[in-house]
Write a protein that binds this ligand. Structure first.
Ligand code: UTP
Length: 224
């Protein structure tokens, strides 16, 4: 199976800690024993801090996005370091490069590619590009909810269609560093290419392994 795993910066780098990168690297290696794996890393709080400083300094939104992309790529480099010889040595800067890098048989890790989106969209487009069988979006939230998980009455959904996913995420805000359960662009890509997707809480890296290898998870399954 070809699997794209999107690891949100909120779980990979809530703060910079080499042990945390090490734990995710072990989980990714476990999956890569059985499957072809691509990983997309998010920027997390550190990216938002950088973006905020850039914005205060007068940078426009596209430039703020570029600052964010640089941080996601730094996180990709750290995960590559933790994966050692199992990983392709360089984070690809586009999808074509990523596909080419995978021909080495190594785990490919990349960050952001272009302004106006987040790494959720990168992971979805990559899944489309390499015709992945499964996209796993590992975040700090338990899955897709009917509304903001913090609001009263919001219910977690175990299984939804890509169309429902689009309806839910379309309500979110779009500016550099904005936080939402999923980038609307990612949802649209998942919808148009009918990509089987699991959105789960990946705070414990083992939950990513169990979802992929055992099909067991407590998140939301998006199936056409
Ligand atoms: P993230 O993908 O980390 O965004 O990219 P996020 O929604 O904050 O996700 P978590 O918290 O890591 O899970 C960080 C920022 O980098 C820019 C955007 O500004 C985004 O908010 N970015 C990232 C891009 O402009 N293009 C990309 O391809 C990726």
């Amino acid at each position: 199976m070809i699997v794209v795993i999107s690891i949100g910066g909120s779980i990979l780098a809530p703060k910079l800690d080499s042990r945390n990168f090490g734990k995710y690297a072990e989980a990714v290696k476990e999956v890569a024993k059985k499957h072809t794996v691509f990983v997309v890393t998010g920027g997390g709080a550190i990216a938002r801090e950088y973006i905020q400083v850039a914005r205060h300094l007068g940078a426009n939104e596209a430039n703020c996005d570029t600052v964010g992309i640089d941080v996601t790529r730094l996180n990709a480099r750290l995960l590559i370091s933790a994966l050692g010889k199992d990983a392709h040595h360089e984070p690809p800067s586009d999808y074509k490069e990523a596909e080419h890098a995978a021909s080495s048989g190594k785990i490919v890790v990349m960050g952001g590619v272009a302004p106006g989106q987040t790494t959720d969209a990168v992971a979805a487009i990559l899944a489309e590009y390499v015709q992945a069988d499964l996209l796993v979006n590992a975040t700090s939230v338990d899955g897709i909810y009917t509304a903001d998980p913090k609001s009263a009455g919001a219910k977690k959904l175990d299984r939804i269609t890509p169309g429902q996913l689009v309806d839910i995420v379309m309500k979110s805000e779009m500016r550099a560093g904005a936080q939402s359960i999923m980038d609307p662009l990612a949802a649209k890509i998942i919808e148009r290419s009918k990509i089987r997707t699991i959105v789960l809480n990946g705070s414990n890296p083992k939950s990513i392994v169990d979802a992929i290898l055992k099909g067991k998870h407590g998140g939301t399954e998006v199936t056409p």
